[in-house]
Design a protein around this ligand. Structure first.
Ligand code: FE2
Length: 640
């Protein structure tokens, strides 16, 4: 008689337990066990509980291949799903195999679990394993289908009914609850402050602060005090929520109508623009990508989006200051160059138009397209092509205008631009001082890369193993096809030949879905919650004259009361830390049981922990700490 002891773990989330009957059948190379009822009247299947059961067989089952887990279709209690985390099977000889499950099971549902070391398809020695692998992918491909988002845009998940997605992949119950609670709380507050439908404009910045400013963070308070400062304006291009537009300028674009005389007063004594460009002290932000986008009508007025150009100077005190702004791509008599020496309200207004362009760029390109939509492509490709036993699976404006902006953004999204070393080098920002995004992003990339460099060769010891893994090849082909529309110029590979290629690509996928998202997501409320610093819409066209504006002009240009209140509320909801957040490098789901892989995860966590200490120490000496890429704040993947 062979006896197997099973430790069955129920998930620790709310409502994970059940009172229903469960049946397990163990399948080995030498035969199958009895179909065994696990439940002692359901009492052991409460949330977070580990129940221990025994499964027997007349003869040894040989090497364990699969575990079949069934939920009884009939029961008197009301229907409730059960979340099974994992089942650990022990033999009399104390050999242990973990069968990860991490699935919600409905009444009558059956799942087939695989245990042990991760395998590639060609390593599945037994026909039953190969068969189960094929069936798992067939089922996944029926659930997760690609859908064309829009012409010229990447593909997304075809989803008619969110409830058709398996519950373990949906928003968690706790997150959905917290999100809904926050939304209701914000709505009530906006109503109370009279901000729900008010088309009125603010009378003063003090009034704006007094009424709309009901959520605060230390950083957002700093922003509300410093948003008019040139120094802070320049700082944000490096360490705000969108450090992706600025680049070194060694030659002025032909359409940026600046003369030496215009900017000379703002450069070091006796210096010239040409000399400062040669020294590498001149930088530019160019929002050409916004040119000619159709915009919405807000309160009877057509909103404007400004394809602005802004020139910045790194002064001898190492401060990055704006020295000229042109609010449009085509130079003309109406398209003036604004300078720091202009009337205070003219200069401030010009900077607000740049902040507006930068905020739109951040939300649509840097945030939505280059993290959310790309991560969706990576996820769909993973779910469709890699079975759970696969090694990689385990690591884990107006509508037309918006779409056009996303299309333009996608056409400029290259493999190199998604890898921070190459991205920063291409923009000539390797040595600009006080660029904390760069410092943290490069260190994070290196830490993730070291982890991937350890774990990938453990499963792929040679290049031939990479090229022979057809599941892996289909995975990257789908990303190339559906995420980058077969654009060879993107540099995204359509297949992998070497272990090295695979390591770089997996590093990019992890970095994009965790660190890069944190860089654009975490600071949204901090930097943009004070609406004048990050308006998503403006009510007037860019000024075409100088000397005629005032603070009243600025207040009339900024979003009205209800737009400002709503934007602030949404940014708050998106930026807070949710209770079920999982930090980078932590794997609550125990999918690995190989000691070598577990050690690699521990090393990865230790590296992240050291980086946390280093960032905290650096931040202690900064007037404005850069916290967006602290590993303790970065989530393992995108959740909001
Ligand atoms: Fe996000």
């Amino acid at each position: 008689m062979a006896e197997y002891t099973l430790d069955v773990t129920t998930g620790s989330m709310t409502h994970a337990g059940t009172f229903d009957n469960m049946y397990v059948t163990l399948i080995g190379t030498e035969g199958e066990s009895e179909r065994t009822n696990l439940t002692n009247f359901g009492l052991d299947d409460k949330t977070g509980k580990v129940g221990t059961y025994s499964v027997t067989s007349l003869l040894s089952l040989g090497c364990l291949l699969l575990l079949k887990l069934e939920r009884d279709p009939f029961h008197e209690s009301p229907q409730e799903d059960w979340f099974c985390s994992k089942i650990v099977v022990r033999t009399r000889e104390e050999d242990e195999t973990i069968f990860p499950c991490y699935t919600w099971l409905s009444r009558g549902e059956t799942v087939w679990l695989r245990g042990g070391r991760a395998t590639k398809a060609f390593e599945d020695f037994h026909p039953q394993l190969a068969d189960q692998r094929r069936k798992e992918l067939l089922k996944q491909k029926l659930i997760f289908k690609w859908e064309k988002y829009e012409e010229g845009m990447l593909y997304i998940l075809n989803i008619q009914d969110p409830n058709a997605i398996p519950a373990e992949i949906r928003f968690s119950f706790s997150k959905a609850f917290q999100f809904k609670y926050l939304k209701e709380q914000m709505e009530a507050e906006l109503k109370l402050k009279g901000l729900i439908n008010s088309t009125e404009h603010w009378k003063s910045f003090e009034a704006m602060k007094g009424v709309s400013w009901f959520k605060k963070s230390p950083l957002s308070e700093y922003v509300s005090e410093h948003w008019k400062d040139d120094d802070f304006f320049g700082y944000q291009f490096l360490n705000g929520v969108n450090p992706f537009v600025i680049q070194r300028c060694s030659k002025l674009p032909a359409n940026f109508a600046i003369t030496e005389e215009m900017v000379k007063p703002f450069l070091a004594n006796g210096s010239s623009l040409t000399a400062e460009m040669e020294k590498g002290n001149i930088f530019i932000t160019d929002y050409k990508i916004m040119e000619g986008l159709p915009t919405r009508v807000i309160d009877g007025k057509t909103a404007t989006v400004t394809a602005a150009l802004c020139l910045l100077y790194l002064n001898p005190e190492k401060k990055l200051l704006p020295i000229a702004i042109q609010l449009g791509q085509q130079p003309s008599e109406d398209n003036l160059i604004f300078l720091p020496s202009d009337l205070e309200s003219d200069w401030l207004l010009a900077k607000i138009f740049v902040r507006n362009a930068d905020t739109i760029h951040n939300e649509f390109i840097s945030h939505y397209l280059r993290t959310h939509l790309l991560a969706e492509v990576f996820t769909i490709a993973t779910l469709r092509n890699l079975p759970t036993i696969h090694p990689l699976h385990k690591i884990s404006i107006e509508t037309d205008g918006q779409m056009e902006l996303l299309r333009r953004g996608l056409s400029q999204t290259t493999y190199a631009s998604l890898c921070p070393h190459e991205n920063i080098a291409a923009r000539g920002l390797e040595s600009i001082p006080n660029f904390y995004y760069r410092d943290d992003a490069l260190r994070l990339w290196n830490i993730i890369n070291s982890f991937v460099k350890a774990i990938v060769p453990y499963y792929y010891p040679s290049d031939s193993e990479v090229s022979a893994d057809f599941e892996l090849q289909e995975w990257v082909t789908e990303i190339f096809y559906y995420g980058f529309l077969r654009n060879v110029d993107s540099g995204i590979p359509s297949s992998f030949q070497t272990v090295e290629e695979l390591i770089k690509f997996v590093t990019m996928v992890i970095f994009t879905s965790s660190c890069q998202h944190a860089a654009v997501n975490i600071g949204q409320f901090d930097f943009l919650g004070w609406i004048p610093n990050g308006p998503l819409s403006l009510n007037h066209a860019p000024p075409t004259t100088k000397g005629q504006s005032s603070m009243e002009t600025i207040l009339a240009t900024l979003p009205n009361k209800s737009s400002a209140g709503r934007s602030m509320a949404i940014l708050w909801q998106l930026s807070i830390k949710y209770e079920d957040s999982v930090p980078l490098g932590t794997y609550p789901e125990q999918r690995f049981d190989e000691p070598a892989a577990l050690q690699m995860i521990k090393d990865f966590q230790a590296e992240l922990s050291s980086l946390n200490v280093a960032i905290t120490k650096r931040n202690a000496d900064l007037e404005l700490p850069y916290i967006n890429m602290n590993p303790t704040k970065i989530e393992n993947s995108i959740t909001i």
